[in-house]
Ligand binder design. Sequence first.
Ligand code: ADP
Ligand code: MG
Length: 260
Amino acid sequence: AAGTEALLKVEQALMQFGGLKALAGIDLSVKPGTIHGLIGPNGSGKSTMMNVLTGIYKPTAGSVTLAAAGSAAKRLDGRTPSEIALSGVARTFQNVQLFREMTALENVLVGLHHAFHGTIFDAILGTPRRKREEREARTRAMAILDFMGLASLAQVEARNLPYGKQRLLEIGRALALDPVLLLLDEPAAGLTAPDIADLTAIIRKIRDAGITVILIEHHMDVVMGLCDRVSVLDFGHKIAEGGAREVQADPKVIEAYLGA
Ligand code: ADP
Ligand code: MG
């Protein structure tokens, strides 16, 4: 029935690096409108999964299918990162990757460039179309900064923002893609408690705005507070899946963490 269908379906994803199976045949099903946690000890394959989902790695075998509402299901595996981004899958990286010398506003504008189609002639000649698109882009970028609580920092260079704000700006830049699915790789890493509280509220706001989220996170309180469902990886295998509380109490999960 409508609404119960997965937005993202991963079937038997295998990612082999030489003799190492970073993903050893993983199935994953993410429901639309949810925050889906992806947890597991270091080296369990979480970032590799993100890289497979976003086309940075081409899986050795298996499929990734996106079923955005109203459009036909689309295979993502084998596509390039930019094709996948334009299909509505945006991400942030485990380490901050901003344009450090650009302002917060400019960083979001970079994320928006896909939405504006002026030609090189429009750009060189400064045509009315170009000027109109620039105005629209700035309005949208400011709306995103406002949503992220960063509007007052629009003109600050990324490198001069406090670390917690840099992490939020990265998420804002990803939102500029107007994604249906947002992948966050350890967004709370290195943040202070107040920053984590801000981040948590914003991730919830993003989900409530209708964007499905896959969240890789080590802070268990963040995972517990946010995730509708959690999948647990260990050595490239999915060892548990379910509600956050259910998974946290699973002996296999406890053992995987203690053994790490
Ligand atoms: P996690 O994000 O869960 O900490 P990763 O997905 O980064 O784990 O890594 C899973 C395993 O795959 C690790 O053993 C890691 O060393 C290996 N791995 C990841 N990327 C590569 C790569 N490009 N080449 C070789 N091995 C890799
Ligand atoms: Mg990782």
